[in-house]
Design a protein around this ligand. Structure first.
Ligand code: SAM
Ligand code: SF4
Length: 312
């Protein structure tokens, strides 16, 4: 279905929990977030029901996110239920990767097609610092397990941060020389706890690696490759080059609220609705999608939630 600005909305990012086993400094407070009761969070059946009606509205691709989706009880049932819906063409997941050594194979069996794994540094001490609680070797084993389970088209999400990982840009780019994966550099957005002073434009990647050659665009990413590279390097530039004109997505939070735009506090409650009423509420959310965000003008997001509560 098209929104009011002729954008075809085909992509739903579905958050299944606010909780996470990590505490990335730009995403979550050190103490974590208050645990909510089961009743506050959509059940497996509610989540699958929301996707069923979103598909009637034209959604084809679902990304399961969080918080950390792999800490959500019933995650395999959620994936299985969504993958089985007629009209769903692709089920993806964004994960911090720390539980993938155990979960990659079951996720593949449950119908997940592709993974995005978030990894902001390749250095152990830095990883412990930025995630406050994480262990880098868990993510490396998770990436190996994803390959072993047969996942292809895996992407690594790297949030660019001045003074933290800018010196690792060439190391990340070099991963694409021999591995057929896509490394995506994402500009830090001024949401929740993120440190505004750490913003680094994605153009820093092209400055650090001038040998990168333009390849294509894919969704909201402009992609490049090394002359002899097997993989791709994607730049996601919500701050320096607004891509709202190409935005094809809506979001649903774990407590069942549809967000037409990541950076707006507008939310449409979906819980308690089903069938045609739920379908109409999702349609209303698509129609309510604003033309664009105002991050660059105001320097802040109006999201009204931290990233772990939206799903990125
Ligand atoms: N826990 C999972 C993970 O880390 O991949 C999924 C949820 S996380 C909120 C989704 C994505 O949002 C991650 O790639 C994370 O790095 C990114 N993210 C979180 N806060 C951000 C911010 N302020 N600016 C840009 N990206 C952010
Ligand atoms: Fe957790 Fe992902 Fe947020 Fe890190 S970015 S704290 S892994 S939800």
């Amino acid at each position: 279905m098209k929104d009011n600005y002729a954008r075809d909305i085909t992509y739903l990012r579905l958050s299944v929990t606010d909780l996470c086993n990590l505490r990335c400094r730009y995403c979550m407070p050190a103490e974590g977030v208050p645990k909510r009761t089961h009743a506050d969070i959509c059940s497996v059946e509610e989540l699958v029901g929301i996707v069923r009606q979103a598909v009637r509205c034209g959604v084809k691709k679902i990304r399961i996110t969080g918080g950390e989706p792999l800490v959500r009880r019933g995650i395999l049932d959620i994936c299985r239920g969504i993958a089985a819906l007629e009209g769903v063409e692709e089920v993806c997941m964004t994960t911090n990767g720390t539980a993938l050594s155990r979960m990659a194979a079951p996720l593949r069996e449950a119908g997940v097609d592709r993974l995005n794994i978030s990894l902001d540094t390749l250095r152990s001490e830095r990883f412990s610092y930025i995630t406050r609680t994480g262990c880098l070797t868990d993510v490396f084993s998770g990436i190996e397990a994803a390959y072993a389970a047969g996942f292809t088209g895996t992407k690594l999400n790297v949030v660019l941060m001045k003074g933290f990982n800018e010196d690792e840009i060439p190391d990340f780019v070099n991963l694409t020389r021999r591995c057929p994966l896509e490394v995506r550099f994402i500009e830090l957005m001024p949401v929740g706890n993120s440190d505004r002073a750490a913003f680094l434009p994605a153009s820093a990647v092209l400055t650090a690696c001038p040998e990168l050659e333009p390849a294509d665009t894919s969704g909201v990413a402009r992609r490049y490759r090394l002359p002899d590279g097997q993989g791709l390097v994607g730049l996601i530039t919500p701050m320096s080059h607004r891509f709202c004109g190409q935005c094809d997505r809506i979001r649903v939070t774990a407590d069942g609220r549809l967000k037409p735009c990541l950076h707006s506090d507008q939310e449409i409650p979906l819980r308690g609705l089903d069938g045609d009423a739920l379908y109409r509420a999702i349609q209303a959310g698509i129609v309510a999608k604003p033309a664009r965000h105002r991050l660059t003008e105001t320097g802040r997001s109006d999201a009204g939630r931290n990233m772990n509560q939206i799903g990125g």
